[in-house]
Design a protein around this ligand. Structure first.
Ligand code: SAM
Length: 455
């Protein structure tokens, strides 16, 4: 159908906001090829709309939700801890909450929910969704498992109210939502047990490990856990009813050190990761970047995996080959660094810039290579140089550490920082491999190295 022309013979201009609204109101959820019908139908029914460009998304929010949208948009991009209060700005009412989530996480919902339709899960009667937000996953579980009792909880009361509205809109009777801020649990959750416990993009809020120098997978595996992480693992284990109950965890730990901490935290709480069931979800995020998140299945049933081989298997079998994404390139670089042996620390700098987290930058010699390894508690990245460049690289590192830490502190350290011989030095899988055979030549530049909780 062609559009009518106005008196001057021109087509009337359609404002971007109207275009955006038309797309939202008229077009069904545009699913990716291969998305099961049940998922795309559910998302469309729930009210998830197409993913808009950032400009259209903002214009649409402003035109539909006025002051609430202004308050939300003003709060975006501010670097601060996500609290129940700040998260509530994303959910003043169900429609605005859905519009924001369509943009931020629409493709991730599609991928994650599709996983449930093909995962061959045993029948479940009691399902828990931890940190359920506005209940998009939770309501899908209630629809998919109509004979199950489904519970979702979140710290954010506004999100819980939206979740309840969503359940009403979908006419679901087997789902309930509770407000609860971990580690505290309300009456309704204490001592309750479930056959399936889901944690999606929540564990990152509990990764509070201290910054620990590690030079091998074994040391990554042995690094101390933070108290919050220990507690979160214990809480998840406490919800599992028996050996057959499953933890389905979709949390974005891609660096060997964060992956190792996470798996060890679960292990110490009595949850074993089923390595053969790991899958990577791959999707495009709100900024059109490719993202991957592993979905792990765990249970109290022992698996044959023993740390730290688990980390190698996870890396080599499941996560290698996903090199397109920067986080994965950096995580792969950390893996190569940890697996390079023998290597010798020449000098390290521990830097605390004012108001920023502490990071370390170290210079290592491995055969005829010089490695610079920079890391914070979330992970690190690696560059490789020829040993002949030692004087200038050393001077460059010293200079950069001082410049970066302007007004903060810089401590220089030497090999005594690693006074013990490397853990696992007798393990022939890594320690006996000649340095030249490791793929350390993969030079990866970048900064930050952060795992992102909840992208
Ligand atoms: C990134 S969102 C993920 C939401 C949902 N699970 C998903 O995958 O789309 C993280 C959620 O965890 C909740 N959360 C964070 N810390 C929490 C805590 N201590 N207790 C309960 N909920 C928490 C937040 O309010 C937020 O809704």
């Amino acid at each position: 159908m062609t559009k009518k022309k106005n008196k001057k013979g021109q087509r009337p201009k359609i404002s971007p906001v109207v275009k955006a609204r038309n797309r939202i109101l008229r077009r069904p959820w545009r699913s990716q090829p291969g998305t099961p019908r049940v998922v795309s139908d559910y998302l469309a029914k729930a009210g998830l709309t197409c993913k808009l460009s950032t400009d259209l998304h903002e214009a649409d929010l402003l035109s539909r939700f006025g002051d609430a949208a202004v308050e939300y948009l003003n709060s975006c991009g501010i670097d601060r801890e996500v609290t129940a209060e700040s998260h509530a700005l994303t959910s003043p009412n169900l429609d605005m909450a859905l519009a924001i989530r369509s943009k931020l996480w629409g493709d991730r919902y599609e991928e994650f929910l599709s996983w449930f339709t093909t995962a061959n899960l045993p029948p479940v009667e009691r399902v828990l969704d931890i940190g359920c937000d506005i209940g998009i996953h939770t309501c899908f579980f209630a629809m998919q498992f109509p004979y199950a009792e489904v519970t979702g909880f979140d710290q954010c009361m506004k999100c819980i109210q939206c979740a309840q509205r969503l359940a009403e809109r979908l006419n679901l009777k087997n789902v309930q939502f509770l407000q609860a801020t971990l580690p505290s649990l309300p009456e309704g959750l204490i001592n309750r047990k479930f056959d399936m416990v889901v944690s999606s993009c929540v564990a990152g809020y509990f990764d509070d490990a201290p910054l620990t120098p590690v030079r091998s997978i074994e040391e990554a595996q042995a690094q101390p856990l933070g108290p919050k992480q220990v507690e979160y693992a214990r809480i998840q284990a406490g919800f599992l009813a028996n050996e057959n109950s499953l933890l389905i965890a979709c949390d974005r730990f891609v660096f060997p050190r964060t992956l190792a901490r996470w798996i060890r935290g679960l292990r110490e709480a009595g949850i074993y990761v089923h390595h053969d069931r790991i899958e990577l979800l791959e999707f495009i995020n709100a900024w059109d970047e490719p993202i991957s998140i592993p979905v792990l299945v765990g249970s109290m049933r022992r698996t044959d995996l023993v740390t730290p081989d688990e980390i190698r298997k996870l890396w080599l079998v499941d996560f290698s080959g996903h090199g397109g994404e920067l986080a994965y390139l950096m995580a792969a670089a950390e893996y190569f660094f940890l697996e390079t042996s023998p290597k010798e620390l020449l000098v390290g700098f521990r830097c605390t810039p004012p108001g920023a987290p502490t990071y370390c930058k170290e210079l290592w010699k491995a055969g005829s290579s010089l490695l610079t390894y920079k890391y914070d508690a979330s992970g690190g990245f690696l560059l490789e140089y020829d040993i002949e460049n030692l004087p200038e690289i050393l001077e460059g590192c010293r200079h950069a550490a001082r410049a970066d830490s302007d007004g903060g502190t810089v401590e220089e350290y030497g090999p005594e920082a690693y006074s013990q011989p490397p853990a696992g030095a007798s393990d022939d899988s890594a320690a006996d491999r000649p340095a030249g055979e490791t793929p350390a030549s993969e030079a990866v530049a970048g900064s930050g190295g952060q795992d992102v909780p909840g992208t």
